[in-house]
Each structure stands twice: as structure tokens, then as C-alpha cells.
Ligand binder design. Structure first.
Ligand SMILES: Cc1cc2nc3c(=O)[nH]c(=O)nc-3n(C[C@H](O)[C@H](O)[C@H](O)COP(=O)(O)O)c2cc1C
Length: 316
């Protein structure tokens, strides 16, 4: 059996398969249930400054084979309720607490409360693609100066590791990754959902209640892979600081995980696959990854990490 352990800031994982933010991570019972699966680590639902209700439906649909569209509206219990929950519970797996807010001050206030309540690492959601047009939340992930400001604000006030979660909806993701890392981020998570819109031709209007939505699931995997490669190559070239990449977007099999690791990811996160197969996916994917590594002669993740980048060197 291959050695699957991962060591990254704040994350000592038995295997590289983490739960992605937004799927089953908003309550203690949901997180505990996922922690009991074969996942290697958890990411909570994104938690904001105050409780938020879900948007009017439909909020999440499979619009075509392999195409998940969602605009949930970041429903969450709010930082005060979630910090209480953190303070009173220990989870069986390492967890990134995902946070978001309307401005850098809000991010840092939430970060302080989470650290006090026992969070061991944070993921900053800088990348929600279905916020209202004109809102800062929609564009923060596309503005390197705002990314730098938000990450610095959080790094200034906490001592725990901070991962910046980036949007793929940008021309050159290495620039945004560089902004986050130069501001002190300990790692990069990517990708959040791809900006999307779908129309019901019979109703003559969008199918998602919020109108705008984000796309995830198997069809976005090649997009995610390209974004991860761009960031990993920029690290190799020395254009941006080297740091762990948590890769996600469309992973459903052990071979997909191998693809992400070969592009330089340290670990991966799995979201939409749980909509199809619930938490058993972790066991299936872990087994597939193990089988693949055994047959191909990879004894650990390190021996596989980044090998696909060799053939991409020289590309920008
Ligand atoms: C229903 C749903 C809710 C999500 N909620 C969040 C969220 O609260 N915070 C966040 O950072 N990402 C959220 N995401 C994005 C996922 O964490 C992930 O980045 C994206 O879906 C790509 O991975 P996947 O194709 O494996 O789902 C959500 C995705 C889905 C499908």
C-alpha cells in the first residue's frame, strides 16, 4: 500500500482527500459524520459575520451530465454560533474553518473569534461567483490588491495557518496566488466554482433562484487542472513564493486525485462528488488512488507530486 499521508501547515492528514467547503460542513453533526468517513480532512461551510438564510430555490441542480450549478447564498449559522460549536467539539480529522466577510475588517474579526474558539487553520473564501453584481464579494478574488489586503488583515491578527481560496474566474491566476502568498498566506486553495448561468427555455428565465450561479462537478476538472498548473509553474519558476496547493474542481475518482497531485497539488478537496455518492466517495477514491499508485510503482505522494509539470515547463 502506498503512503498517503500529507503534511502541510495546520494539516497533518492521513490521506490527501479533504471535504470541500459548502458540502455538509455547516453543523457539528454533519462535520462529525464526514469525519468518520475515509476523508483525510475537513473544510467547514464558509462562515460569515452573522447568520444567513439560504437563497430562494432552486439553489443547486445538475443541469447536464456532470454539470452542477449552485447559488446557495452562503447560508451559515454566523461566526458567534459557529465559534461556540468549535469550542465545544473536537473533530476526528483536521479541519480548515472557511470564512468570508464583506471587507477585510470583517474577515479579521471572524478570524480572531475562530482562533480563540480553537480553529487550527483557516481558509479564506475570496471567491464567491454568485454574489450580487457590483458587490465586493464578487470581485475580491479578481483584484490582487484586495486579495493582498484581506490576507494581510487576517495574517496580522492570527497565528494559525491561513489558506487563500481563489476563483478560476480570472485571466491569470498566478497573479492572484502571488498576491495572497506575498501577503503571507500559508497555502492556496483552488478552484472555487466557475461563473455560470443557465436558462430554462420554457420559463424564459434562469433555472437558479438567484439567477447567477457557480458551476462545479466533473466538467470543470480540466479548468481546475489548468489553473493549478499555472500556479504551480509560477512557483517553480520562482515568480511567486512556494507554498502548498489544495486542489479541487470535479474530482470524482482516484485517477483524478493522481492528476491533481501530478500537477503539484499537496492535497485535494472533494465537493460535488458527494452530491452523487455521499461520503462513501472518500473510501472509493482512496482505494482507487492506492491501487493506481501500487500498479504504477509510486510509493508515496511525494514521488508523484508535480511530475506532469516537467512537460509543461516553458509554458506561461
Ligand atoms: C452546493 C455547493 C456549495 C458550496 N459552498 C461553498 C462555500 O460555502 N464556500 C466555498 O469556499 N466554496 C463553496 N463551494 C465550492 C466548493 O468548495 C468547490 O470549490 C467547488 O465546488 C469545486 O469543487 P467540486 O467540483 O469538487 O465541487 C460550494 C460548492 C457547491 C457545489
Amino acid at each position: 500500500m502506498a503512503q498517503l499521508t500529507v503534511h502541510a501547515p495546520g494539516l497533518d492528514l492521513p490521506n490527501p482527500l479533504m471535504l470541500a467547503s459548502g458540502l455538509q460542513g455547516g453543523s457539528v453533526s454533519a462535520l462529525e459524520r464526514v469525519a468518520k468517513s475515509r476523508c483525510g480532512g475537513l473544510v467547514s461551510k464558509s462562515i460569515g459575520p452573522s447568520p444567513r438564510e439560504i437563497y430562494p430555490g432552486p439553489v443547486c441542480v445538475e443541469a447536464m451530465n456532470g454539470v452542477i450549478l449552485n447559488a446557495m447564498g452562503l447560508p451559515n449559522p454566523g461566526v458567534d454560533a459557529f465559534s461556540k460549536m468549535l469550542a465545544n467539539n473536537e473533530f476526528a480529522k483536521p479541519m480548515l474553518v472557511s470564512i468570508f466577510g464583506p471587507d477585510s475588517e470583517s474577515f479579521s474579526n471572524i478570524a480572531i473569534k475562530m482562533e480563540k474558539s480553537g480553529a487550527t487553520a483557516l481558509e479564506l473564501n475570496l471567491s464567491c461567483p454568485h454574489s450580487k453584481p457590483g458587490s465586493t464579494a464578487l470581485i475580491v478574488g479578481q483584484q490582487p490588491n484586495l486579495i493582498h489586503e484581506y490576507v494581510s488583515a487576517v495574517k496580522d491578527v492570527v497565528n494559525i495557518p491561513v489558506y487563500a481560496k481563489l476563483t478560476p474566474n480570472t485571466a491569470s491566476i498566478a497573479i492572484e496566488a502571488g498576491a495572497a502568498l506575498n501577503a503571507g498566506a500559508d497555502g492556496i486553495s483552488l478552484i472555487n466554482t466557475v461563473s455560470a448561468l443557465e436558462i430554462d427555455p420554457f420559463a424564459g428565465r434562469p433555472i437558479i433562484g438567484n439567477l447567477l450561479c457557480g458551476m462545479s462537478g466533473p466538467t470543470i476538472r480540466p479548468i481546475a487542472q489548468r489553473k493549478i498548473a499555472e500556479v504551480a509553474l509560477a512557483m517553480r519558476r520562482g515568480d511567486i513564493p512556494v507554498a502548498p496547493i489544495l486542489g479541487m474542481g470535479g474530482i470524482t475518482t482516484g485517477l483524478d486525485v493522481a492528476r491533481f497531485i501530478m500537477l503539484g497539488a499537496t492535497a485535494v478537496q472533494i465537493g460535488s462528488a458527494l452530491i452523487y455518492d455521499d461520503i462513501d466517495v472518500f473510501e472509493t477514491i482512496e482505494k482507487e488512488l492506492n491501487d493506481f499508485m501500487d500498479v504504477q510503482g509510486f510509493r508515496d505522494l511525494e514521488s508523484m507530486r508535480g511530475i506532469a509539470l516537467d512537460s509543461l515547463e516553458g509554458l506561461n
